[in-house]
Design a protein around this ligand. Sequence first.
Ligand code: PRX
Length: 629
Amino acid sequence: MEQTFTVKLEEKRYLPDPRCKATAWTPDYTRAYQEFMRDPEAFWDRIARELSWFESWDRVREWNPPYARWFVNAKLNITANCLDRHAAGSRKDKPAIVWRGEDGAERVITYDGLHHEVMRFANGLKSLGVGKGDRVCIYMPLVPEQIVAMLACARIGAVHSVVFGGFGPDALAMRINDAEAKVLVIADVGYRRGKTVPLRELASEALAHTPSVERVVVLRRETPAVELDPGTEVDYADLVARAAPDCPAEVMDSEDPLFILYTSGSTGAPKGIVHTCGGYMVGTYYTARHDFDIKETDILWCTADPGWITGHSYIVYGPLAVGTTVVIAEGTPDYPDPGAYWRLVQDLGVTIFYTAPTAIRMFMRYGDEWPAKYDLSTLRILGSVGEPLNPEAFEWYYRTIGGGRCPIVDTWWQTETGMHMITTMVGEPMKPGFAGKPIPGAVMDVVDRRGFPVPPGTGGFLVIREPWPAMLRTVHGNDERYRAYWKTIPGCYTAGDLAVKDEDGYIMVLGRADDLIVVAGHNIGTAEVESALVSHDAVAEAAVIGKPDPLKGHVIKAFVTLRVGVSPGDGLTDDLARHVRKSLGPVAVPAEIEFMDRLPKTRSGKIMRRVLKARELGMDPGDISTLEE
Ligand code: PRX
């Protein structure tokens, strides 16, 4: 980006019911933020003391840029907090996990039950020779055993690398090899849209190229049970049945690695992000509790898969550390019909619902009649993550799903940050299009290339100025790539996103810096134009790219999907162009608009503009292992 640029900020605010604020864990954002800034170490020290540790820390934080250590020399095990603490107390019989299969099958696992399942599987892993520091790859559908396997690794100090069950053999092999995993945990199949996904077959293709893997644990779901290869494969149920029931939690140093997770890679080759035990535990516990305002009776449904960071932090570690009930469901939002999610909210009495803009836009596309069929009155808090929540999608989510009653927490963060960094805390005024402000605990800014803050209304780079507990510690096997995050802008962690702040300090994310479009000298973030298009009644989703143009440098090309029942009839292109002109001005009007049935997305649901651009310009799209089928 050569120079900064101005962004038109249309401001609308929603004031939540004052009762939300009065009862929130963070009842006064401004005061909490000031308290944090006065003494960040005291702030984190206080939160960390709410959890149990084997040994306390010598120092809260040590910062030798770009390397940070948190809760220095403290000893802990994250599962002692997620399991033992609850199982030994009043949450013993409280449901920890409520699982729904696509066929309606249900399983409820209490904290006590989960504690025991995890200990047995942990002993099972030990019997296969897995020890502290060994890497275990988990390639499973969304079943409770996927979470059990993660926690069992953490229990014995093995480092898990979860690979989303929607990935194919090449992506799996690449991740296994990069982490040099010793054991692979899989299921024979997953179920999706009434069909079986042959995970074991896919894994066996990968295993032809993964010399590090010694044993494969297979969860068998199909009947009759598939026959296993006795040389390499072990039955999950057998392993657990043979294992001893008690497995004490391994004493981990605060800075020991907890897991490796590969980034979704909407802009480049996946990186193995490394997270460690102590800081990650504190960061996810605190943000889960405060940003979702979790109370004892809440039922939280985060619709992500544990194979993404969203699932790691806000299905597994954060909510379980808090001791809440989490819902998980194997299946897709629109199967068997577009009411599937709302039926589940009604049936299970979900109170906190956390999903992605891609899903919200999909629901909007199907229309209001689907949620209208169900009683959504248990919902209390609505969350969003993964992409900018377009103002239109915000309004729909707020009114149609939340009944104008539920605060929306649009959480900005990354695989790398491990925890939420920006949101509008429950009870604070909400502004559609803006994620919100840095949470108490995060020091963030919007800056120019040299690191100087840009004035409100001016676009710039989104950066983090101070280390935070759940920050990544390195990129597995490639520390150079870790250091690169801290090099682009002096003294800052560069998130790679463009953003703009308003007068009140609210931050709007404008898209990835790599996707920036420069038209006749004007910088244009993708999110603005896309949101303008999505605010047209006919449009469900939009993606824009820059196309080289001899006169203007670049022109905008838009790819658009339409709402159900709308066809790209006469004059729609002109109408869309007029609509964008009206909201953003002539410079942002797409020179070309193409209608599509669907947009290319990563398997985690992010639009891949890079793929559209490559196709348009006849270029190589680069690494596309994360692209949906
Ligand atoms: O571009 C931002 C976008 O997702 C990126 C991080 O992606 P990933 O590591 O896959 O993690 C996704 C789940 C945390 C960010 O750099 N992003 C994430 N949340 C938001 C967002 N963009 C706008 N608003 C958000 N709330």
